[in-house]
Design a binder for this molecule. Sequence first.
Ligand SMILES: NC(=O)c1ccc[n+]([C@@H]2O[C@H](COP(=O)([O-])OP(=O)(O)OC[C@H]3O[C@@H](n4cnc5c(N)ncnc54)[C@H](O)[C@@H]3O)[C@@H](O)[C@H]2O)c1
Length: 485
Amino acid sequence: MTQERGPRLDRRAVVGGAAALTAVAAGGAARAAAPRRKYAIVGTGHRSRMFQDAIWGPHKDASELVAVCDLNPGRVAYTQRRSREAGAKQPRGYVHTDFERMIRETKPETIIVTTVDATHDNYIVRALEAGCDVITEKPMTTTAAKAQRIIDACQRTGRNIRVTFNYRYSPPRTQIKDLLMSGEIGDVLSVDFNWLLNTNHGADYFRRWHSNKANSGGLMVHKATHHFDLVNWWLSALPQTVWAYGKREFYTPTMAKRLGLKGAHERCRTCPEKDKCSFYLDLAADPSLKALYIDNEKYDGYFRDQCVWRPEINIEDTMNVIVKYDTGATLSYSLNACNAWEGYNIAFNGTKGRIEHSIVEQVYVAGGDMVQGGIQPGGVTTRVMPLRGAPRIIEPWTGTGGHGGGDDVMLADIFAAEGARPDKYFRVSDQNGGAYSILIGAAANRCFETGGPVNIAEMATGLRRPAYAPMPTRNDPVPMPPRKA
Ligand SMILES: NC(=O)c1ccc[n+]([C@@H]2O[C@H](COP(=O)([O-])OP(=O)(O)OC[C@H]3O[C@@H](n4cnc5c(N)ncnc54)[C@H](O)[C@@H]3O)[C@@H](O)[C@H]2O)c1
């Protein structure tokens, strides 16, 4: 690992360095005076709509969407239709093979990458080499080799990219960072973290492109990248060693039979057993899902409602991981995709006490007409327990909208016009934060094959320590706790 370098900041895009910076929310006169920043989006599916709506809505004075690009021309046209409905100037549309031509002709300053996970590296590297800044959706990429490609391209071009870890910005998760930074529980020795996916959103991974590990890296990369990033960032720590075990035991043809079905079929729309299967998804019943996927199947043959019981699915539904960090802290993590509720329980065990924190998320499927990753009313529980004495119930910081209120806070940070100010939580992530998160998942995938353990340092070179907030350390004095009553 090399020493961290200072931030290379453009007007507002990026990231990293000795002091993380976060953009200031808009302030009328200065915003009106600044020229609008030009963006292009590659990948015009469900997630890209969040960026489109931000550019055409609250951030329209500072931002302009000049072009969109996708392998599916139907979704490009759908995005252009949305721009007209939003009263915005229509972005120019390109097929994916014309990516460089799009950049030459429309001159975006920043490319937003919202394609299928395994294709991110390709667009990130090409955008950097064309002289653009890059904002990429999580996971930054899907394998260690692809992460290396991105790290090398950043070094070659002297640019940083931004990875949109929206959970860092979700107020109750930011509050956990605040509590850990305060030192109330001392330095963290270990973390117990269980993430549960329910049989709506969780099952949905087994219907879509995510069900093929070559596309998504499996749930250890695609989904757990959020969770590993949260722990890396919460602890301001670097992962060193990973052990893991994973299996697929629920979303299988055998389970279909145990549930009384004849077996797996191709997709929900044509399923002969749709009346019997409670995992049936009616894409046509949701206008968003219909417009995004059914209406555009004719262009790429992609079915968004593939059978969750198909034998060819090759991602795990049940995963257990142990991570050792450079601070000495250890993480015990599990991810299960066939649960009764969605959300998580986490506990931080520190030298002065323990934080217990839990969030219950609302029911949704990706791309549908419902809030994505919203928190259930009353769904946040946080308490701090000193080693001896009464626990303290914490009033949660709240936010509304997608991903526990994180999406809107992050978008304001990305698109605001007036430059940057220091962020005590260092929520902006660059390619190093993106890599350290996915490398845990890639290492877990390797453990599933080999039995592990995997040393993270052997997976990629040239990584820098991400800019993280200072935390209580092993060297801080710990006052003797009071005698037990
Ligand atoms: N941060 C979050 O909370 C969050 C939430 C949802 C999705 N995402 C991420 O957003 C990205 C997109 O996911 P989505 O849910 O929108 O999926 P999606 O299937 O709705 O959209 C993906 C789009 O990429 C296009 N595409 C596929 N391969 C391509 C290629 N080679 N070149 C150009 N276009 C290509 C598809 O045609 C489609 O339009 C993923 O990386 C996903 O992990 C992040």
